[in-house]
Design a protein around this ligand. Structure first.
Ligand SMILES: Cc1cc2nc3c(=O)[nH]c(=O)nc-3n(C[C@H](O)[C@H](O)[C@H](O)COP(=O)(O)OP(=O)(O)OC[C@H]3O[C@@H](n4cnc5c(N)ncnc54)[C@H](O)[C@@H]3O)c2cc1C
Length: 325
């Protein structure tokens, strides 16, 4: 048994002050990642500051026509929001295909972005893992790596980021708003998830005590025609082998707007910008979709066990885009 101090903050400034002051502390939101990893001794905070009573649950219009989603809004509430469902269907679909109904009622949007990889070597404290214990090695490189990444990998880590919602938010160019003791800040979602490189233990740019307060989705009229396609080993309650978040608009049969992000294949949610560039202005047909998908996956570095993901991702991109035409 390890004693853990617990407190519940009711003001954002109090929460930030409490965690910033104690390097051995962490925030507790829905607890669906934090408590799991605590039980496995992967995370070992001496103090938990509960943020569930903070006034951060709103889903509000922004003056620019977008939406701001509070950090402690529950996955299920966001997925059920009429504004999200009509304007950003890909996000509602990504949330509904994540975890289980019970988990979605507990889990928050901020915690969702900060959930940790499901890599078995990370979650097993007896195994080497550069993400959990820098310099200890990577058990997955030559181990069981069927579910691991083929893009954005390094010699130190090939773990995927598991969030579905983060993939949809990547396609939507979301902003992550935060608060530190010094004031407010924000990150474009592209800068929020760090590639492993030779520092895989640094997964996010946040400093200790930095609290996510909200996620902002800019006005994106094209997102009304969007989809989230998730391919997994079983139809529900399972993480993605490959997923695709896509928006598509056409003018006279040609692609006038496209956003693509991939999940399950990379060490971070993966914006498929190379494919987007190829698709813009192209005919909206299977040939163009397949060529763009092939180009996006051209730099993949698969292992013998996860090589199937390269073709699966290409097929999933084609299927997602075809479903929008
Ligand atoms: C069995 C199972 C299946 C799952 N399947 C899926 C799936 O298919 N798809 C998917 O996307 N997810 C899945 N998940 C993950 C789930 O979505 C996350 O566990 C959940 O979103 C985390 O949110 P939480 O509020 O519970 O975070 P917590 O567990 O409370 O926190 C997670 C981390 O974020 C930190 N934190 C939380 N909120 C903040 C904040 N506002 N600011 C700064 N730090 C913060 C905590 O300190 C902690 O380190 C699954 C989880 C489980 C247990």
């Amino acid at each position: 048994m390890r004693p853990i101090a617990y407190s519940r903050a009711t003001a954002v400034s109090d929460a930030v002050t409490a965690v910033t002051a104690d390097p051995d502390s962490a925030y507790l939101a829905g607890g669906t990642t934090e408590i799991d990893l605590l039980r496995l001794h992967v995370l070992t905070p001496g103090r938990l500051v509960d943020i569930n009573a903070l006034p951060l649950t709103g889903i509000d219009e922004t003056p620019g026509g977008g939406l701001t989603i509070g950090a402690t809004a529950r996955m299920s509430d966001v997925a059920a929001s009429p504004a999200v469902r009509t304007r950003f269907p890909l996000l509602a679909q990504a949330l509904e295909q994540g975890a289980s109904a019970q988990l979605r009622h507990m889990a928050t949007m901020g915690g969702n972005l900060l959930q940790r990889t499901r890599c078995g070597y990370y979650r097993d404290v007896e195994s080497p893992c550069n993400k959990r214990r820098p310099g200890s090695g990577c058990g997955a490189l030559r181990g069981v790596n069927r579910g691991h990444a083929v893009l954005g990998t390094s010699d130190h880590c090939i773990a995927t980021h598991p969030s579905d919602a983060a993939v949809a938010l990547t396609a939507l160019d979301a902003l992550v708003h935060t608060r530190t003791g010094r004031g407010e800040g924000s990150y474009h979602i592209d800068d929020f998830f760090l590639l492993p490189g030779d520092t895989p233990h640094r997964e996010f740019p946040l400093e200790h005590g930095e609290l996510i307060t909200a996620i902002e989705i800019p006005d994106t009229p094209t997102a009304r025609t969007s989809t989230y396609l998730k391919i997994r080993d079983r139809e529900s309650y399972e993480f993605a082998l490959v997923s695709v978040a896509a928006t598509l608009t056409l003018e006279r049969g040609r692609i006038s707007g496209v956003r693509l992000a991939l999940g399950g294949v990379a060490t971070t949610p993966w914006r498929a910008r190379r494919a987007e560039r190829l698709l813009l202005g192209a005919a909206a047909d299977r040939r163009a979709f397949a060529e763009a998908a092939r180009e996006e996956m051209a730099d993949a570095t698969p292992t013998p066990m996860n090589a199937f993901k390269v073709e699966l991702a290409q097929r999933a991109v084609v299927r997602a885009l075809e479903s929008l035409t």
